[in-house]
Ligand binder design. Structure first.
Ligand code: XMP
Length: 333
């Protein structure tokens, strides 16, 4: 619509004025905010923008490839993909405390990003070096950072909106979404040509699957979890509730699979299995401070559980989490 087109034109003009002919770096996470910021800044200054996408090995199935397809394949943006999975998993080995895991992931994220950014800011013969760090900070983040509200308020988004990072890198801060609410950011994303499904995705925590694998994180666990979670999400996206005409993905605020590193006995064919357990979690909430577990149809749960157990060898039991927040949290860690 024309209001949005006006808004884009205005935002593009503002970015061009601010940045001039200087280069910009942006940390792309695959989440809504950094994606929309990247698309907007790319619209404004094209190749003056370089995105750095750190793959910590704790992303969902095919997520890294999808981000690259979108930003490089379709938008023709410059994206440096850093595969740091081994580094992250190495540092996480033997660590099972949730907050310790969060700290390690956050710290490594900053390390890897800083190393890449340093390469881009170093002035060489052929390049002037980047002068700006762009972040997908949105209006609620600005308010939130005014005071820590919960145990995680400080940690939330700390991987991508890193306090102090611009100063450390000697970069100026570019935050084109600073005045926008989430729904405005989403509308902007769609208007910029990002796929609806990407822009209306459920939130995904910065530490990713790192907090959805209980206790010690192992690559084998992450691989099983990715496949199970992809099945759950696929079925939520394809199952329509006849009363509202909406999919169960749309009817839930956040839905995901949790890997439990415990084994239980099962039977398959004429053999006994002794495999891992996963829990499905789906909640409805307006602010994520409180949340109700979603009353998903039994037929949907049945289909998801059947598919996971049949298709993901290594998982032989699926449970559904019927705990609301409070006293449970949305994530299991
Ligand atoms: P809880 O589990 O506290 O989660 O009920 C509330 C919301 O916050 C998200 N969450 C995080 N997001 N880094 C993030 O970026 C984190 O460490 C983190 N922990 C929780 C969670 O997914 C839910 O949307």
């Amino acid at each position: 619509d024309w209001v949005m087109r006006d808004h884009i034109a205005e935002a593009v003009e503002k970015i061009r004025e601010q940045v001039g002919d200087e280069e910009v770096i942006l940390g792309l996470s695959g989440g809504v905010d950094s994606s929309v910021a990247a698309a907007l800044i790319h619209r404004a200054i094209g190749d003056q923008l370089t995105c750095v996408f750190v793959d910590h090995g704790l992303l969902r199935l095919n997520e890294g490839d999808m981000v690259m397809d979108m930003f490089v394949g379709k938008l023709h943006a410059k994206v440096i993909r850093v595969d740091a999975s081994d580094q992250f998993l190495g540092h996480l080995a033997g660590v099972s405390d949730p907050e310790a895991k969060r700290k390690i992931i956050g710290r490594e994220f900053v390390e890897v990003f800083k190393a890449e950014a340093a390469k881009l800011t170093a002035s060489g013969a052929s390049t002037k070096g980047a002068k700006w760090l762009a972040q997908g900070t949105i209006y609620p983040d600005v308010i939130e950072s005014g005071g820590a509200k919960s145990k995680k308020a400080v940690t939330i988004k700390s991987h991508h909106n890193v306090g102090g990072l611009p100063e450390q890198l000697g970069l100026k801060l570019l935050e084109p979404l600073r005045d926008l609410f989430k729904d405005e950011v989403r509308e902007l994303g769609v208007a910029l040509g990002l796929p609806h499904d990407m822009v209306y995705r459920h939130p995904f925590p910065g530490p990713g699957l790192g907090v959805r694998i209980l206790g010690e994180v192992k690559k084998a666990y992450a691989d099983l979890l990715r496949r199970a979670d992809a099945i759950f999400i696929e079925e939520l996206r394809s199952t329509v509730d006849p009363h509202s005409g909406k999919t169960w993905y749309e009817l839930t605020s956040q839905a995901f699979t949790v890997f439990l590193p415990v084994k239980s006995v099962g039977v398959m064919g004429d053999g006994r299995t002794y495999d891992y357990v996963v829990a499905l979690r789906a909640v409805q909430t307006s602010d994520f401070m409180t949340a109700d577990w979603a009353e998903l149809p039994y037929s949907l749960l049945k289909k998801v559980s059947g598919r996971i157990i049949n298709e993901v060898r290594g998982i032989n039991r699926v449970t559904y989490d019927v705990s609301s927040k409070p006293p449970a949290t949305i994530e299991w860690e």
